[in-house]
Design a protein around this ligand. Structure first.
Ligand code: ADP
Ligand code: NI
Length: 215
């Protein structure tokens, strides 16, 4: 069997041509690189990690009317057509189905090490400087306000509430981004998350003091 990774890379690039900039090919490329970095510290199947990272947002449900089955379907068809081993296919699909933040309370049983790695990589790309940029881009894409002091963050939301939330982009930091550091699966991911987390705290501190005209 031909090495599937370069083939998958070209397929994903093609599929994501018109994606929102926070979920485009460059997001995938960053998550792919981060996954490889984290994977170096663990005994895991590299092919599953790389394919999972490359395919994880191939058809993100939030851009497809909430349809969570489309991405795994596209990936399964692609991998089958390219003669991937059925065992590899099922491990990659497991990553795709279980990676999402909004489904975090629904994952049953133990997470595979490959899922843990790709999920950490995806979460690292959601925080730090890149995370801030992606979040404001997505907020603008949704036409959400940057910040409204009267609207308070809603932290313990059900999946349904989280999805239909029409909050402010600043609240998204409290509803998701600042929670990610403590949700990291791997020790390596945890340590990589720290500096990114501190950078967001510094950003928010400055945001509020500039908002008040204090500096
Ligand atoms: P997942 O795809 O892991 O379920 P999300 O759908 O929550 O995660 O979001 C992925 C990224 O999209 C976030 O890290 C953030 O940058 C952006 N995003 C999602 N929802 C919002 C929102 N309400 N406001 C601003 N950015 C958002
Ligand atoms: Ni992603």
């Amino acid at each position: 069997m031909m090495n599937l990774v370069p083939l998958t890379k070209e397929f994903v690039k093609q599929q994501l041509q018109n994606a929102e900039s926070g979920h485009d090919w460059f997001h995938i490329e960053r998550v792919w690189k981060l996954s490889k970095t984290i994977a170096e510290s663990y005994d895991c199947n590299r092919q599953v990690v790389e394919l999972g990272a490359l395919l994880h947002d191939i058809a993100d449900a939030k851009f497809h009317n909430g349809d969570e089955t489309l991405g795994p379907k596209i990936a399964e068809d692609f991998l089958t057509e390219n003669h991937a081993d059925p065992q590899i296919i099922s491990r990659v699909l497991d990553i795709m189905v279980n990676i999402s933040f909004k489904n975090r309370n629904e994952v049953k049983g133990e997470k595979s090490i490959e899922l843990q790695i790709v999920q950490d990589a995806d979460r690292l790309d959601a925080i730090g400087a890149i995370g801030i940029a992606r979040t404001f881009n997505f907020g603008g894409f949704k036409n959400n306000p940057i910040y409204i002091p009267e609207i308070k963050p809603n932290i313990h939301q059900s999946k349904e509430e989280y999805k239909k939330n029409k909050g402010t982009t600043i609240n998204h930091f409290y509803e998701k981004l600042l929670l990610l550091k403590d949700l990291m699966n791997t020790e390596k991911g945890k340590s990589m998350a720290e500096e990114r987390h501190r950078f967001m705290e510094t950003f928010l501190e400055r945001f509020f003091s500039e908002w008040e005209g204090e500096r």
